[in-house]
Design a protein around this ligand. Structure first.
Ligand SMILES: [Cu+2]
Length: 499
């Protein structure tokens, strides 16, 4: 085998060297390498001294703050408010979004490399959960997450220097992180290169995210988040800018034939990457992975990781309705990852002769669906040890965000469950707390709490398991809670059974 290969290549070499009569045509000049926009290194930016100060202009998608025109670094003050809000996910479908600034995706933040950023994360007092922020533009512990952990009605401040230019994702990093991100807690921060970007006619902000709902795609009503589907990465919705149709019809992006368009595109996830494509266009330039130092040219589809970004630019030469999609196409046509860029103007027959027709691209919606499997009925735990093991899983999925993994809670916001005198004094009260919720003043280990604990739609078996886990952890009394006890004492009205 080896020998015959060697013979073959020798024969080929002879054949090739025999064809030297006609000299090869002169090598064409290599295509110009697309350079990026001029930036400094992180080391250089570290030495930059900021002059003056200003408040950052923040915008809701699809708007982008104006380009930065100053030729020096400054101190930029950012106020970003975390808000849990009920809103539209699709027609007839509502969802409780957790947001940076009231909408999904979060506010667009635009700063310049070398800037000193004083960041204020304000958590609205009506919020139920603690939240924080991890900005991928930050060099430092957790991207700011540790410094910005904020209970409802509190505000955290930290500062950082923008060492690297580029387009960066930010997101909440509070446990369970996947749940906070799945509920919409992500946005983009653009660290503009010192030389600025090339001028374009339009800049837009688009971000993709995947959503996991209790009911299947299209099931009407307020849909709670479903952790099991999120873990299995079985998204019911994949959308641009927070809802199905956010960028279609009235919400379509607008331009005129001949205009240049720049899209700042990010993927919040939590799980799915985007094969981002605009049907009917070719990206003239792409700052792949948000890297403004190098541009690639003539790109059809650019891959954007979860927690990543890209800047794409193109000239819309001819009128038409261009469709933004995740080219994993059932996401686009069945789950919502579809937007429109409407371009008006005179036709340029030399570029495109046919009639444009967007009818065939109308979303198919969620009409093609799998029949949902019947909800699994869980058999009762065989013994206390099994109950504790199951309870630990329920605790980490539902309770850690507030009471923390070690049961210590958060001072002034969420009471401790570890060695809690309040908990250990009364098992029935604990069942009522978990099944019916709890508000108003309570005193736990001498400290006063006056918050809101939501009612949990957990079944008898699940409540028994999570409370048995809590009672058998962190130095608590060690009692067992049975499903029969939960059944007797549960606060029925406020705790509907799981669908
Ligand atoms: Cu959060």
């Amino acid at each position: 085998m080896l020998r015959s290969l060697a013979l073959l290549s020798a024969a080929l070499a002879v054949a090739c060297s025999g064809r030297t009569a006609a000299p090869p045509p002169p090598a064409a000049a290599p295509p110009p390498v697309a350079k990026g926009w001029q930036t400094s290194t992180d080391e250089e930016n570290l030495r930059v001294v900021a002059q003056g100060q200003e408040e950052a202009v923040l915008t809701d998608a699809p708007a982008v703050p104006p380009p930065i025109t100053r030729a020096h670094a400054t101190k930029v003050i950012v106020h970003l408010e975390v808000k849990e809000v009920k809103g539209r996910l699709a027609d007839g479908v509502e969802y409780t979004f957790w947001t940076f600034g009231g909408k999904v995706p979060g506010k667009f933040i635009r700063i310049r490399e070398g800037d000193d950023v004083e960041f204020h994360l304000d958590s609205h007092p009506d919020n139920k959960m603690p939240h924080n922020i991890d900005l991928h533009a930050v060099t430092g512990q957790g991207g700011g997450a540790a410094a910005s952990m904020t209970a409802p009605g509190h505000s955290s401040t930290f500062s950082f220097k923008a060492l690297n230019a580029g387009l960066y994702v930010y997101h909440c990093a509070t446990a369970p992180v996947g749940m906070h991100v799945a509920n919409g807690m992500y946005g983009l921060i653009f660290v503009e290169p010192k030389a600025g970007l090339a001028k374009v006619d339009h800049e837009f902000y688009v971000m993709q995210g995947d959503f996991y709902t209790a009911g299947p795609n299209g099931q009407p009503g307020l849909q709670p988040f479903n952790m099991e589907k999120a873990i299995a990465e079985r998204a019911d919705y994949v959308v641009f800018n927070g809802s199905v149709g956010a960028l279609t019809g009235e919400g379509a992006l607008q331009a005129k034939a001949g205009d240049t368009v720049r899209l700042f595109f990010g993927v919040g996830g939590p799980n799915l990457t985007s094969s981002f494509h605009v049907i009917g266009e070719i990206f003239d330039r792409v700052a792949a992975e948000g890297n403004t130092n190098h541009l690639t040219e003539n790109v059809q589809t650019t891959m954007i990781p979860a927690g990543g970004s890209a800047i794409v630019e193109f000239r819309v030469n001819v009128p038409g309705t261009y469709i933004l999609v995740d080219h994993s196409l059932t996401r686009a046509f069945n789950k919502g990852a579809l937007g429109q860029l409407k371009v008006t103007g005179d036709e340029v027959k030399v570029v495109y002769s046919g009639k444009t027709d967007d009818a065939i691209y109308a979303p198919e919606g969620g009409s093609v669906r799998d029949t949902p499997a019947p909800a699994p009925v869980q058999s009762p735990a065989a013994n206390k040890a099994e109950r504790i093991a199951r309870g630990q899983l329920i605790f980490s999925a539902n309770c850690v965000a507030c009471h923390q993994l070690n049961g210590a809670g958060i001072p002034q916001a969420f009471p401790p469950l570890a060695k809690s005198d309040y908990l250990n004094a009364d098992k029935v009260r604990a069942i009522k707390t978990v099944t019916g919720g709890q508000e108003g003043k309570i005193v736990v280990n001498g400290a006063e709490f006056n918050g809101v604990m939501p009612a949990w739609s957990l079944n008898d078996e699940e409540v028994a398991s999570v409370l048995t886990y809590v009672y058998n952890s962190w130095g608590n009394s060690g009692v067992e809670v049975t499903p029969a006890e939960v059944k007797t004492h549960r606060v029925a009205a406020k705790a509907p059974a799981k669908p």
